[in-house]
Design a protein around this ligand. Structure first.
Ligand code: ADP
Ligand code: MG
Length: 469
């Protein structure tokens, strides 16, 4: 009976939580034993870290689906730590400790020694894996009032990396040039001194790398890689939020680099105080240098950016067309570039000259389609609010009265049904709730809708309203 159950379970989790969650957490786990008498399933985890992570974050989802697959009402999950007997072999000193939250065993050494800067590691970082995009330079970054301070600070640190503004923290909405500036810093420092070891990494990839380092006992290679660089550029640092273990590892890397005057630059979608789920000591490190922001550019800056992008693509862009595109697209520069590409591609594919009329035709059509189809989270919240009448700011809070909890679960359900956003995004939007909370809400609302016809009709009505039908 047990045969194939774990495989079926993996398929379901992949469907529900995405292949990344399965690859990162569940692939290395196996179904060890099924005690049908006592309804207990034993899962074999490769190490303590995975075991604890699963038991803190995924028990609900495991119980939900395995009980269905084993055809029982409910079951208990026991995790077996497969690494227990091999622990001493690894170079990592595993220390068991209790955090404020409860029960996390740390695999990260309490204090990391700065590893010797071997030439081998340095070569790997500088040549192969620096991840620097050579297209993003200061020379092709257009400066306007919205970004002048960030650009000036980024350029200033290239004069004497590690000494002036360290760390430099640049924040702003998506598509406004943060990543461009981080790469520009890397390119500029490299151009001044080719021996400098520079590493650009997104926080997302940093988290994955860290998890893999733990899973495959490569934690020291991981630390060495990061602690040996001269310049560390970490993009979208907000993705490190709620990742306690990664934050701890990063904290030590930060200290080692900072203490030896190595330059660190961060980008984020918000300022350090606003990043949720960040350990206080890390938050204070992020803001101990210079914190600067980038805003949405004014029309004139957008026009100059468009002209610059056109020039880089050897395209003659009339001022009138540039003004039209810049005033039609009011979101960010990434969208602006996208609009320029759509217009020029349309002209070239249909063999027509690039005229204002053509730009109007192409953009008015796509902007309308976008407005018709994009349903964002806010619309859903507003609709649920009309039915449940709660205080909107409480939706993201920890408060849990009956009406509010139901409204929150309905919101999660509609977000999942109507948008194509991930469970993680939904959880984050609703006050940093974890994935299993969202799964639980979806399950509850589904069951409730089956059992209660009025409720089911109300859900349908809300969905229609949100979709504007
Ligand atoms: P973010 O990291 O803030 O989301 P990016 O750095 O990825 O944004 O920028 C999105 C696009 O817009 C990139 O192609 C980038 O080159 C371009 N861009 C943003 N700001 C500027 C600017 N001031 N001058 C020229 N190009 C810009
Ligand atoms: Mg970016």
């Amino acid at each position: 009976m047990v045969n194939g159950i774990w495989e079926d379970f993996l398929k379901i989790v992949k469907e529900e939580a995405g292949s990344r969650v399965v690859d990162t957490w569940f692939k290395a786990v196996s179904l060890y034993q099924w005690d049908s008498l006592n309804k207990v399933v034993y899962l074999l985890a490769p190490n303590t870290f995975v075991k604890d992570w699963l038991s803190s974050n995924y028990v609900v989802i495991i119980q939900l689906h395995l009980s269905r697959l084993f055809n029982v009402d409910t079951l208990s999950v026991v995790f077996v730590d497969g690494s227990k007997k091999n622990k001493q072999k690894s170079g990592t000193s595993e220390t068991s400790r209790t955090t404020e939250g409860g029960k996390i065993d740390s695999l990260v050494p309490a204090k990391l020694d700065r590893p010797k800067k071997t030439s081998l590691i340095k070569k790997v970082v500088s040549k192969k894996r620096c991840h620097i995009n050579t297209n993003y330079k200061f020379e092709n970054f257009v400066v306007g009032p919205s970004n002048s301070l960030a650009k000036a600070a980024a350029q200033a640190i290239t004069e004497k990396p590690g000494y002036l503004y360290n760390p430099l923290f640049i924040y702003g909405d998506s598509g406004l040039g943060k990543t461009h500036l981080l790469h520009a810093v890397g390119n500029c420092i490299k151009a001044k001194d080719k021996n400098k070891s520079i590493l650009y990494q997104t926080a997302d990839r940093f988290v994955n790398e860290f998890i893999n380092a733990i899973r495959f006992d490569k934690i020291h290679n991981f630390q060495s890689k990061y602690q040996c660089v001269d310049v560390l550029l970490i993009d979208d640092i907000q993705f490190i939020s709620n990742k306690e273990q990664t934050q701890e590892a990063f904290f030590h890397i930060f200290n080692a680099l900072y203490d030896s005057h190595k330059q660190i630059v961060f980008s984020s979608d918000t300022f350090p105080q606003n990043i949720r789920g960040l350990a206080e000591r890390l938050r204070s490190r992020l803001s101990c240098g210079l914190v600067t922001d980038i805003h949405t550019p004014a029309l004139e800056t957008k026009v100059v950016i468009l002209k610059k992008k056109a020039e880089m693509n050897k395209l003659d862009l009339d001022d009138k067309i540039a003004y039209f595109i810049a005033s039609t697209v009011d979101s960010n520069i990434r969208e602006l570039e996208g609009a320029l590409i759509r217009v020029t591609a349309f002209a070239s594919l249909t063999n027509q000259p690039l005229s204002l009329e053509l730009a109007k035709r192409v953009l008015h059509k796509t902007e309308k389609i976008k407005k018709d189809t994009v349903v964002d989270f806010q619309n859903i919240v507003k609709c649920v609010y009309r039915y449940y009448n709660f205080d909107i700011k409480d939706l993201r809070s920890k408060k849990r009265n009956k009406n509010l909890s139901l409204a929150r679960q309905v919101t999660m359900f509609l977000m999942k049904k109507i948008t194509n956003r991930s469970l993680r995004d939904i959880g984050v939007f609703l006050g940093g709730r974890d994935h299993s909370t969202v799964v639980h809400a979806l399950d509850k609302i589904e069951h409730f809708a089956v059992a209660n016809h009025c409720f089911c009709e109300q859900l349908k009505k809300m969905e229609q309203e949100i979709r504007g039908r």
